[in-house]
Design a binder for this molecule. Structure first.
Ligand code: RUB
Length: 318
């Protein structure tokens, strides 16, 4: 492998993230950190500079896969900022150590936020979910572990039907599940005590960027008087929004919405497929992180504590 080629394992992970075989913000972050560790292991750089360049190139390849989940650049930043040493062996070691630390912290953060989110759920509650979020599921699973009986109404989440994954995991956790189509959500909100969603990014003003349909669900939940929380580890906080940047919403293939044949048959229509949307802070009751529960408008305080005033891009060419 020459200095700027990617390790096969990194290339495979990048491809898997782009095609959504690896998906969901936390899982993407873990996959990216592990891919950097693989790149470090396999890079046959003959100088520290060449090694660093190969790590930056690998990180850029991962970075370009999907634009919305900030957990991805936050994972790359965590690992590359800890790359240190005067020779290739030391550099290699530091990347592998940092990647390991990062994935262990992810697991710990999810367990911690799960216990906090579970406190919002009462015995006998019914929750409604959207998409598939491991952070949101951690809250429900922790509530079940605390001995609470929880039921779930699971939105299927078109076009990729990630609700099916949620339904299976909740059922495995012993939660009775009712699967509904997305359009039925408002009808079922009257039977729901709490809406629980995840996040791909959280902006400094407390806006929650999550799977498309979250914002409509939040508005409906408010109208029905049903509390809604976002379960999100702090790697979902988007440091660049502290300096006015907005979060890019990924537009995915039209083929996820309609088959090319059906489209041809209808003829003359535009198809759009935004993967995410933005829920304004006023429609979200709480953001639950591993550091505690926050009203969305106050999340900026935590962001400043964690990131200072912004974030660098250690994967950029010097
Ligand atoms: C996944 C999605 C999830 C968040 C949070 O979208 O919107 O709610 O990523 O997931 P996609 P987690 O399927 O397009 O990746 O809590 O597991 O990080």
């Amino acid at each position: 492998m020459s200095d700027h080629e990617h390790a096969p394992a990194l290339e495979e992970t990048a491809e898997a993230i782009a095609t959504m075989e690896i998906r969901g913000a936390a899982t993407i972050a873990a996959g990216a950190a592990e891919a950097l560790a693989a790149q470090a292991r396999e890079a046959d750089a003959d100088s520290p500079d060449a090694f660093r360049a190969s790590m930056r190139a690998g990180a850029r390849r991962l970075h370009e896969t999907r634009p919305t989940a900030v957990s991805l650049p936050n994972a790359l930043r965590y690992v590359l900022q800890r790359m240190e040493g005067h020779d290739v062996a030391a550099l290699r070691e530091s990347v592998q150590r940092a990647a390991g630390e990062f994935t262990r912290q992810l697991d710990r953060a999810q367990d911690d936020l799960g216990r906090i989110g579970a406190n919002r759920l009462a015995d006998g509650d019914t929750v409604m979910t959207h998409c598939h979020s491991t952070d949101a599921l951690a809250c429900v699973e922790a509530a079940v572990e605390q001995g609470k009986e929880i039921e779930a109404i699971v939105k299927e989440t078109r076009p990729r039907n990630q609700g099916h994954i949620t339904a299976e995991q909740l059922r495995d956790a012993g939660v009775p599940v009712t699967l509904i189509v997305d359009s039925a959500a408002r009808r079922y909100l009257d039977d729901v005590d709490h809406v629980v969603v995840g996040a791909d990014s959280i902006a400094a003003d407390g806006s929650v960027i999550n799977k498309v349909g979250t914002s409509g669900l939040a508005v409906n939940a408010r109208e029905r008087g049903v509390p809604i929380m976002t379960a999100a580890q702090t790697i979902k906080l988007h440091p660049e929004t502290l300096t006015g940047h907005t979060v890019e919403i990924e537009m995915r293939s039209e083929d996820e919405v309609i088959s090319p044949e059906k489209r041809e048959e209808i003829g003359g229509i535009e198809v759009e497929n935004p993967a995410f949307d933005v829920t304004p802070p006023r429609y979200m009751d709480a953001i639950v992180t591993e550091h505690g529960q926050f009203p969305p408008e106050s999340i900026v305080t935590l962001m400043r504590e964690l990131f200072g005033e912004g974030a660098d891009q250690p994967w950029a060419e010097p």
